[in-house]
Design a protein around this ligand. Structure first.
Ligand code: ADP
Ligand code: MG
Length: 701
């Protein structure tokens, strides 16, 4: 809800202006003052037209020579100007108003600010800012702030508003001195300095955001985020979950039948999880481990513990192929113990679905495995004790939140009325185990994922030979085909992944079909299968199963061969047009091989020319097989927003702080948030209100 009246009259904010400010999330005097510039422009001097650099913001002082309105396609205004050295600069406007033409009349002296570019008529500025001036009009003495703004609200209007706000509004200090650094200014000082930097402030400290005033603002922002996250965590800690204490021998029998001994890392991870699930508060833990590190069996242990305690476990994966593999694995483990594992995906026939729903509701199903179909309205668990989410990073932030809510709600009425240790099921939230091969970089773990406990599997199962990665120019694909033939003759299996074609699924499909046909012709004695997204779930399954059973030697695939697919005998991974894939994706694909004792190879076929980003991605792949390093590089290349998958979900990211650069501030903020919530919760709330009033629900979930 907007509350326009919360601006004080002295700011003279008209209802119309208030509406625009509202779009920027500015609803109070304080909000206005806290609307910090995102960058600065240097209008403290004049650049001769001859010295303008294309694409680099500058200010010029010019005299209008001619003005003409043009009608090529749409109406535009072309103003030809000249500076004192008689060099020409063209100003171009696509939208213009009567006062534009009036100010830029022939003979007028104007100052213009903008980014020069090369146009039809030489150097031009498109939609520069401009002011009519006299020779003696003084230049600005400080850098000019540039504000995030909205349609119909100019930088000029913003600056005027800020000047008024600075004169009229002050920000009471909320934060106690203990948590602030001595070198930082007060909030009032910091905000004023950033709105109107004095001439003696080092411009690069402003633009690089390492001035103490920036530190103060970034700390404020990070603190709000940390308070929000910590509160979410505390809220969860106040919830109830059923302590999963084994009531029968399902767990010990599960362990006894495992065909291998757990690695030390798996044991350590399991110890943490085993402790969590026996507590009366919901576990919220991420199990992180590189591709092939053996997360599934740890999830299996958690399910066994849950089932042994008399509760149902749900296991969800982002795609049908992945879910299917989990299903097969879990079924293999649980059915010999007399436990029922059921399968739910959107491809399941309606009638079968109804039967499955019923089994789930009536407590006839002990472990439920599937895709998103698991969180559908119609699914009602009898007593869900544990929810496992595989490849959790593949679910967007919003999806994850939704999931969490759904999992909590989807407990059947029957179970709701039952009691467990005096606590009603209706007050229960299930324990949650999330799994991911994409490690969350430390900085993100401290910020966006601060309310997650993490267990890491940092050791691969024994007898793995490190994968060799080769970068090969696609003109040499003949050599690759030869290698494939050799490996197949030695009894090995090969994945051949077709290029990602983002613009066209049809084209992607066609390439896969072509590649398959070519390979079949070139390698007549080799059994080659094809799997792609257009196949039905059953067809996909049939092909995958044939590959698993070694009835196929080579599997040509579009990117549907997902993370998590597990064929120990596959030792070669060929990725065509590797330059089109993201780092995380390449790493995941590479992780499909190297699961057995034989030497595995990942061949990245690329086509020149390579963009700088593509080059550094391939270089990273060549240089490291360490998932953590890959994730770090990925974060550097893509930025946190994409890493989080928040582009689609609209989760607001930090505006001022940069979690990579500001790790020290982030750590300070984390400690300060804990201190504040303990010693001065009112201040914590007031601070949150000040910074995140409109956005908190996104962050806290
Ligand atoms: P991911 O962590 O990528 O999900 P998986 O759980 O699919 O990895 O495990 C990869 C492979 O390693 C599987 O074939 C699994 O059976 C095997 N594996 C897991 N743990 C061990 C272990 N302790 N010893 C030997 N093999 C193991
Ligand atoms: Mg897996």
């Amino acid at each position: 809800m907007t509350c326009l009246q919360s601006f004080s009259p002295s700011l003279k904010i008209t209802p119309k202006l208030a509406e625009k400010l509202d779009k920027l999330g500015l609803r109070t005097d304080q909000d206005v003052l806290l609307h910090i510039p995102l960058r600065y422009e240097d209008e403290t001097h004049i650049t001769p037209v001859a010295d303008l650099r294309l694409g680099v913001f500058a200010q010029a002082q010019v005299t209008v020579v001619a003005q003409s309105v043009q009608f090529r396609g749409r109406r535009s205004l072309l103003v030809t100007t000249m500076d004192a050295a008689e060099d020409t600069l063209v100003l171009r406007f696509l939208n213009f108003y009567p006062n534009t033409t009036a100010t830029l009349k022939e003979g007028a002296l104007v100052r213009v600010q903008g980014e020069p570019r090369m146009g039809h008529h030489g150097v031009e500025m498109v939609h520069p800012r401009f002011q009519g001036v006299r020779e003696e009009t003084p230049l600005s003495e400080h850098l000019s702030p540039v504000y995030p703004t909205t349609e119909g609200l100019s930088q000029g209007a913003m600056r005027k508003l800020m000047a008024k706000a600075m004169a009229e509004v002050s920000l009471p200090e909320i934060l106690p001195e203990q948590i602030l650094d001595d070198s930082w200014p007060t909030l009032n000082e910091a905000v004023r300095l950033l709105h109107a930097p004095p001439p003696d402030v080092n411009p690069s400290a402003l633009t690089e955001r390492d001035h103490p005033a920036w530190s103060r603002i970034k700390f404020e922002e990070l603190l709000a985020q940390q308070i929000s996250l910590t509160k979410a965590k505390l809220k969860r800690a106040a919830e109830h979950a059923p302590p999963l204490l084994a009531r029968n021998d399902v767990f010990s029998r599960f362990v006894a039948q495992l065909p291998f001994a757990l690695t030390g890392a798996q044991q350590r991870a399991w110890a943490l999880i085993a402790h969590d699930v026996t507590q009366g508060v919901p576990m919220h833990r991420l199990l992180q481990g590189d591709v092939g590190s053996g997360k599934t069996v740890v999830a299996g242990l958690a399910c066994a513990q849950c089932v042994a305690a008399g509760f149902q476990a749900a296991v969800m994966a982002p795609t049908e192929i992945l879910a299917e593999q989990l299903f097969e694995k879990l079924r293999g483990w649980f059915e010999p113990l007399g436990m029922r594992v059921v399968w739910l995906a959107s491809s399941v026939k309606k009638k079968d679905k109804q039967t499955t729903y019923e089994a789930i509701r009536e407590n006839q199903a002990h472990v439920v495995v599937g895709t998103h179909a698991l969180i559908q309205e119609a699914v009602q668990f009898y007593n869900l004790g544990l929810a496992v989410i595989d490849e959790q990073h593949r679910f967007g932030v919003m999806q994850r939140l939704e999931l969490r809510h759904k999992m909590r709600d989807n407990v059947s009425m029957q179970a709701r009325s039952a009691e467990n240790n005096g606590v009603k099921y209706s007050e229960h939230a299930p324990h949650q185990l999330m799994m991911s091969a994409t490690p969350i970089p430390r900085t993100l773990a401290l910020s966006y994922f601060a309310d997650l406990d993490v267990a890491v599997i940092d050791e691969l199962p024994p007898n793995r030979t490190p994968i060799i990665t080769k970068l090969i120019d696609q003109v040499r694909r003949g050599d690759v085909v030869d290698k494939v033939a050799r490996d197949v003759s030695l009894g090995r299996q090969v994945y051949w992944v077709c290029p990602l074609i983002e613009e066209s699924e049809t084209l992607e499909l066609q390439t896969a079909i072509d590649t398959h046909a070519t390979l079949v012709t070139m390698l007549p004695d080799v059994r080659i299968g094809l799997v792609h997204g257009r196949l039905s779930a059953a067809e996909k399954r049939a092909v995958m199963q044939a590959f698993v059973a070694h009835e196929l030697d080579v599997l040509v695939a579009t990117t549907v061969i997902e993370v998590g697919v597990d064929v120990a005998n596959a030792s070669v991974m060929v990725i065509e047009h590797a330059e089109r894939f993201g780092l995380a994706q390449l790493h995941q694909l590479r992780g499909r091989v190297g699961r057995g004792a034989t030497q595995s190879t990942c061949i990245l076929l690329y086509e020149k020319p390579l963009s700088a980003t593509a080059k550094s991605r391939l270089k990273t792949m060549y240089e490291t097989t360490d998932g953590f390093e890959v994730a770090r590089q990925d974060l550097l290349l893509r930025g946190a927003g994409e890493f989080l998958g928040t582009r689609q979900s609209g989760l607001p990211l930090l505006r001022f702080a940069d979690i990579e650069k500001d790790i020290e501030l982030l750590e300070l903020a984390r400690d300060a948030a804990a201190w504040l919530l303990k010693h001065n919760p009112d201040a914590a709330d007031a601070h949150l209100q000040r910074w995140l009033a409109q956005r908190e629900h996104y962050l806290a979930g």
